[in-house]
Design a protein around this ligand. Structure first.
Ligand SMILES: [Zn+2]
Ligand SMILES: [Zn+2]
Length: 165
């Protein structure tokens, strides 16, 4: 998303822009977000300072860590960033990004990506209480009972067999 900054030449102005667009993420995350993102940017200029509040909503395609089923879930959140026209003032601190005074278009793609990176699930679960897959028989324990309990012979019988032999 890019915002036309010529509209914020006034010292005090507020506006909202909405857009649905595809976005480009680092390679590692791209497969999880094949669709487009809905973006709402609230832009407020006070003097030489510009506050951008960006909201992003998209759909992630994940694979459950426990049962390996693929599932979809909404990823959405917002991020605020301060900008400053020209040098001096608040500019050049860690929280504020300096902008050239004659900038025409403000590129928010970095912010878009940051929202996804910060909210990407570290743990992927199709549901809170997913029971996962039995490592022995491969049964999906969410939909069927484990089959290996019945088939397995009590290991103590093996010891007995040895004694008989
Ligand atoms: Zn699962
Ligand atoms: Zn099993």
């Amino acid at each position: 998303m890019k915002i036309n900054i010529q509209a914020v030449q006034n010292e005090h102005v507020f506006f909202r822009e909405e857009e649905v667009c595809s976005f480009f993420l680092v390679d590692a995350l791209r497969p999880y977000y094949p669709g487009s993102a809905r973006l709402v940017a609230d832009v407020e200029r006070i003097g030489k300072d510009l506050k951008v509040s960006l909201f992003l909503n998209t759909e992630g395609e994940y694979q459950c860590d426990r049962c390996l089923v693929t599932y979809k879930a909404v990823l959405e959140n917002k991020l605020e960033q301060m900008f400053h026209f020209g040098s001096g003032g608040l500019a050049d601190s860690e929280e504020v990004i300096a902008l050239p005074g004659d900038l025409i278009e403000l590129d928010l793609r970095q912010m878009q990506n940051e929202i996804v990176v910060l909210n990407h699930p570290l743990k992927m679960l199709c549901k809170e209480d997913c029971k996962g897959i039995c490592p022995d028989c491969g049964a999906d324990l969410n939909i069927e009972a484990c089959r290996c309990g019945e088939a397995k012979v009590d290991p103590r019988w093996d010891e007995l067999k040895k004694l008989i032999r």
